[in-house]
Design a protein around this ligand. Structure first.
Ligand code: BGC
Length: 437
């Protein structure tokens, strides 16, 4: 069924609709995956990796810098607040490592039928070449817990953190990176069993490389195009090797890597801004894809925001903003899905969400993004799953704990979970869909 124009306008116009319109949402494919995503370092707690070291070394500085900014009152009420040092140290995070069963119960209760999570490399291989069987067992239990609840596992092998031994060997810049990653992938795939279909080798190589090797505000905090380029090549090689390894163990596996995509548009109507926009789009949508072209069974995209681009490459967020100042633009998802459809591969949206501590915008955000996703599907985009970021509030990298991305609120003192109203909006959309397919 196609979306009628008035329904679409109602869903996506400036004035968001009061209630979700069932008629626009009755024909997702059978077997469509609806779920949420997490990553190990952001939720597990108790990790020891390159990030944990960096956090301890930088927390004072980050808190001092935060004191120089002005903050809305409601964000200062966060516990921990952006002004506190503890905000910047992942520590016990959400204690998901010990509470995953409880968390998956919540996901199940919220109507999800799939869940994306990542394996923490530093747990599985804390010393070079020495694998920890207990930790592999832990992840087997995680998969088992998902299966028990009929939540399809989407497993990410690398979501940005690396073990300390690897950091000391040059990290992602080590020319042996591909060898280390292959050994790790081989071990994990062998240990988790052959019943896992969906694998994401690398999370957003393009975003990580930009922050860690070009802008230099994430570990290892470099500003070098040469390093950035080298790391991208090594990551691409690592992906291609892992792709072959996974397929060797599981011929029917679906393997991809996830890409940070953004809706870029020229800030002004002039040739230079237009060319800059093309450059930004090439970087976000295409570059890594070219390096890995033959080894992708599907495209995994992670869409959050719009960016207006000014020559040479100044990108600004304008319009409705989330708590961390990202421009909310549901139509952009439709634009991206249509553009990526030309590759004729299945597409999974493996992250989409916003920081919204008051849960004031999340419900509409979900409705509108799903409506635009559905329109792209009606127009031919082969989208097969949507994962909201995130199931839980979590540790948002160098911003720490204050940005609240969760469908479920986490109290970082008691670790109590509280379902946000927007999670129920998502649930009602999922349920309407599943009951009509
Ligand atoms: C990353 C997540 C992160 C989210 C929000 C994505 O780019 O994969 O780890 O928390 O964006 O910033």
């Amino acid at each position: 069924m196609g979306l009628s124009t008035p329904a679409l306008e109602a869903l996506c116009g400036n004035k968001p609709p009061k209630s979700y319109n069932k008629t626009v949402h009755s024909s997702f494919l059978k077997g469509f995956f609806f779920g949420a995503a997490t990553s190990a370092h952001q939720v597990e707690g108790g990790n020891r990796n390159d990030w944990t070291e960096w956090e301890v070394g930088n927390a004072d500085r980050l808190a001092a810098e935060a004191k120089k900014r002005s903050w809305p009152e409601f964000l200062l009420k966060n516990d921990p607040s952006p002004l506190q040092k503890e905000n910047y140290i992942s520590g016990k995070a959400c204690d998901h490592y010990n509470r995953f069963e409880e968390d998956f119960d919540i996901a199940k209760k919220l109507g999800h039928n799939a869940h994306r999570f990542s394996i923490e490399w530093s747990r599985v291989e804390p010393l070079e070449g020495r694998f920890n069987e207990k930790e592999l067992e832990h992840y087997r239990n995680v998969v088992h817990a998902l299966r028990k609840r009929n939540l399809e596992p989407f497993v990410t092998l690398w979501h940005w953190t690396i073990p300390l031994w690897l950091k000391n060997k040059g990290g992602l810049e080590s020319s042996e990176f591909q060898i280390y990653f292959s050994r790790y992938a081989e071990k994990v795939v062998g240990a988790l069993g052959t019943d896992i279909t969906f694998w994401i080798t690398l999370n957003e190589p393009n975003a990580l490389v930009r922050r860690a090797y070009i802008e230099g505000d994430w570990p290892p905090c470099k500003r070098s195009f040469l390093s950035a380029f080298r790391v991208l090549l090594y990551l691409a090689r690592a992906h291609r090797a892992a792709y072959q390894i996974i397929h060797k163990h599981i011929p029917r596996a679906q393997v991809g890597w996830s890409s940070a995509v953004r809706y870029f548009k020229p800030a002004r109507k002039n040739v230079l801004d237009y060319l800059s926009t093309m450059t930004a789009r090439f970087w976000s949508e295409k570059f890594f894809l070219l390096l890995t072209r033959n080894e992708n069974d599907y495209l995994a995209i992670q869409y959050y925001r719009k960016g207006e681009v000014q020559f040479p490459l100044r990108i600004t967020d304008t319009g409705d903003l989330s708590d961390i100042g990202w421009a909310i633009h549901p139509e952009g998802l439709h634009f991206i899905l249509k553009r990526l459809s030309r590759y004729k591969k299945p597409i999974y949206i493996t992250e989409n969400g916003l920081a919204d501590a008051r849960d004031a915008q999340r419900g509409e955000f979900i409705r509108n993004h799903l409506a635009w996703m559905k329109k792209a599907m009606d127009e031919g985009a082969d989208v097969r799953g949507y994962f909201h970021w995130s199931l839980l509030d979590n540790f948002e990298w160098s911003s720490g704990f204050w940005p609240r991305f969760g469908l479920v609120e986490v109290n970082y003192k008691t670790f109590k979970r509280k379902i946000r109203p927007s999670a129920l909006v998502y649930k009602s959309i999922i349920e309407k869909d599943l009951s009509s397919s």
